[in-house]
Design a protein around this ligand. Structure first.
Ligand code: AMP
Ligand code: MG
Length: 478
């Protein structure tokens, strides 16, 4: 199928008008297609090579609408850095409708009823970051929104300096957030709260339709998915940066990519967002914040679920998180069986990385080739004695494996990426894109999609991050 033939539906518009605001996208000046992602196109049932750049550009710029599309912005609230904001909403995102189970959304296409003081725009820099990272996370098997295409333009957008406006067309099975429920709870609109829960169940948890205690079960599923998502983040060293409840997906996807970062040298307290002075959203706080956010969602759902049932579901968070993380670490370390939760192997792994100022991505990748010669690993650590002690424990654990060393290497190479898109790498693509050279960006998209493969031409991105670029902080402005 071609883009021209796609037909969208807009079930969200069947809800009360208070849930949304219909709005027409405001086009950018001189739009040009920067990148098109054929993998995401397939999700929509498209044959990727049949769509002209011109048509895709018009779709993203809002000058061409899909059949059946009725663009709208969604209303939500949220806790931002711990403080409740009663009305946020899509201030610069415009939903186009649903096809093949994917809700299409333009980000950066102008003001909506919820823009407050904002211009409704997104700049090229941040749009590239969102576009690349959502595909990179997907390839790492981390639940995430996806992205179909990206356009740039000659539109000037004011941030710390003038920047170019851009639009990403992103996809998610649902754009409902924890903050969507908080909006109706805090506005004392409990009938609408129930309507939203019913909508989410039909949209994203159809197995719960008509089931007893469906709201409690829905909440339980959100608890589980959120815990699993954050366990995945911790396993690869991903710091989201703005885990406000309006940025928490009700179906447990990583959404709203802002000042995120992959850790360079392992630093458990790393804060990627430079406006987050207290480190509320630091790397090691993410699991706790996931729980705090789920507690806010629990409060918002309290008119629909008994206190006891909701507490019961929330209590499972820790177990979901720990069991997922342990399983991921077991695989990353190439172990056939799980050692005890409090085994020295797991407990001292991250302190060993931190004290050695090791970069976890090359560390796990190098470990995937480990056969007993420690020299390559030791060069990755500034605390070689401590690493030697950890490797002694690791050697003993490997003795319990029944699979061969060769099998272990093969498995480890499939779960320890050689390439993650660290900020310094993405920045190189952004710098070129600002000069209208999108080649590196499109190469990085390919790299992001195949993080476990060898890419000899990009070997320079596989090692530890160059010192001058490590653990920088990013501005929230986007
Ligand atoms: P974020 O921090 O990007 O998740 O945004 C928080 C809230 O501010 C959301 O309601 C966004 O829609 C809104 N917002 C962020 N940037 C802009 C902008 N440039 N124009 C309008 N609204 C914005
Ligand atoms: Mg957001």
């Amino acid at each position: 199928m071609k883009l021209e033939n796609i037909s969208l539906t807009t079930p969200y518009l069947d809800l009360d008008p208070i849930f949304y605001h219909e709005v027409t996208p405001t086009p950018l000046k001189n739009p040009k297609l920067v990148s098109y992602n054929s993998d995401a196109a397939q999700l929509l049932g498209l044959e990727s090579d049949q769509n002209s750049a011109e048509y895709i550009t018009q779709i993203l710029n809002g000058t061409q609408l899909f059949n059946g599309s009725r663009p709208y912005a969604m209303c939500y609230a949220g806790h931002q850095f711990g403080y409740f904001v009663p009305r946020l909403g899509d201030g610069r995102a415009i939903n186009l409708g649903l096809v093949n189970g994917w809700n299409l959304q333009l980000k950066g296409s102008g003001q909506t009823l919820y823009s407050r003081q904002g211009d409704g725009r997104a700049v090229l820099r941040s749009s590239i970051r969102e576009y690349l990272m959502s595909e990179a996370m997907h390839a790492l098997d981390i639940p995430t929104s996806r992205a179909l295409a990206l356009i740039s333009s000659d539109e000037k957008v004011a941030r710390e300096q003038w920047e170019r406006g851009a639009i990403v067309l992103r996809l998610s099975p649902s754009w409902i957030r924890f903050g969507s429920f908080e909006y109706f709870f805090h506005a004392n609109q409990h009938a609408q709260l129930e309507q939203l829960a019913d909508f989410l169940i039909v949209e994203s948890f159809p197995e719960l339709v008509g089931v007893e205690d469906s709201y409690a079960k829905m909440y339980g599923e959100i608890v589980k998915r959120t815990a699993q998502m954050i366990a995945h983040w911790q396993s690869v060293g991903f710091n989201h940066g703005v885990m406000n409840t309006d940025n928490m997906s009700a179906i447990g996807l990583t959404i709203d990519y802002g000042p995120y970062a992959f850790l360079d040298t392992f630093e458990s307290g790393y804060i990627c967002n430079h406006t987050d002075q207290e480190g509320r959203y630091s790397f090691d706080n993410q699991p706790r914040i996931g729980h705090w956010n789920l507690a806010q969602l629990a409060r918002a759902l309290s008119p629909l679920i008994s206190e006891e049932k909701i507490a019961n579901e929330l209590e499972k968070y820790g177990d979901y998180f720990t069991s997922t993380l342990l399983e991921l670490l077991k695989n990353k370390l190439g172990l056939d069986t799980l050692p005890d939760e409090d085994s020295t192997l797991f407990r001292s792994l991250f302190t060993t990385l931190e004290n050695g100022r090791s970069d976890m991505t090359p560390f796990f990748r190098t470990l995937s080739h480990y056969k007993g010669d420690r020299s390559a690993l030791l060069t990755l650590s500034l605390a070689p004695n401590q690493l030697n002690v950890w490797l002694d424990v690791y050697d003993k654990c490997l003795c319990n494996n029944t699979s061969s060393t060769q099998e272990r290497h093969e498995k480890m190479l499939k779960c320890n990426p050689k390439y993650v898109l660290k900020n310094y790498i993405i920045q190189e693509a952004i710098d070129l894109a600002q000069k209208d050279d999108f080649s590196l960006l499109n190469d990085l998209l390919k790299l992001a999609k195949n993080p476990y493969d060898e890419h000899p031409e990009f070997e320079r991105y596989a090692g530890p991050t160059p010192l001058q670029y490590t653990n920088l902080k990013l501005s929230c402005s986007s």
